[in-house]
Write a protein that binds this ligand. Sequence first.
Ligand code: PLP
Ligand code: MN
Length: 368
Amino acid sequence: MLQPPPAEPGMREEEVDTPALLLDLDAFEANLDAMARLLEGTGTRLRAHAKTHKSPVIARLQMARGAIGQCVQKVGEAEALAWGGVPDILVSNQVVGATKLARLAALARIARVAVCADDAAQVAGIAAAAEAAGVRIPVLVEIDCGAGRCGVEPGPDAVALAERIAASPHLRFGGLQSYHGSAQHRRTPGEREAAIAHAAAVTRRTVEQLRQRGLDCPIVGGAGTGTFALEAASGVYTEIQAGSYAFMDADYARNEAPPPFRQSLFVLATVMSRAIPGVAVVDAGHKAVAIDSGLPLVHDRPGLRYDSASDEHGKLLVEDGEAPQLGEKLRLVPGHCDPTVDRYDWYVGVRGGRVECLWPVAARGAMA
Ligand code: PLP
Ligand code: MN
């Protein structure tokens, strides 16, 4: 059930009810501008990943600052964007099952919608759904460029699948999906460079083999916030799929030479108990902030450490300085931005200490 928003425009930040998903609008806008600047002149363009934000409002702000479209992982996210007016969407993932594919094909009537495949059976399913809906759907071949998650082998296997796509009257060959997920959080620049050098090499080889068979790649897509500068400089990628760059999180900040973006996303929490000396308990446990990539940090309060999370409690240790007051509001920096966003119905946009806007997390909880 959609909850009422925890704030109203004009309120002071301290008046926002908690836990709340706070977006620092100045930092967020600076991140969008920084990404546009960093990609300038590289020959690659941004197709920002909406798995992070799940919001057509944010998608359209990204597109107003140069993004050419959006990526999503799920049909439910594609629906939220297309119904919110986003015109160009790539499902950077496999979609399996007639029900989901029928939903995807229906969206192709109101937006440009493309999808990825790494198996001939998926291709047959997409073609059947496209035929039934009377649309033609671009399909990208996903290759395994080193992460070992999804994707066919680069080279001949990828070419064979591309030829199968190109042969269908209901599909179009859309290019290559080549995302190296596990490289994003490798801690040292050297490890990330090695991973993306490999990814770019196998991708380049596959693009050339496709060209020899008369197949051009309209899109060669991949990259995330941790490595996008490497893919952008490679000369082979045409689209960058970074998502977290808009918000950042504590785990990306732990990379050596971290991505050059500001922390714009916070969970606002209230101190609800300080009965035990040296301890302050906030109302944001792991149901309020994702902990799969580490515990949150307490923003701007170096003496406070978030020590452990239970369902609805976050236990802070007072390591230095004053303990926070009962009722005091603290900004937490999530360990991982994407799943944290998915826990909330509303973004509370703040600027200069005041609430400026409330944006729904439109694709929240989209299970499929
Ligand atoms: N592209 C794909 C296919 C992804 O799965 C992801 C995230 O997992 C991204 C891009 C964006 O990554 P990030 O949010 O780290 O920028
Ligand atoms: Mn993530």
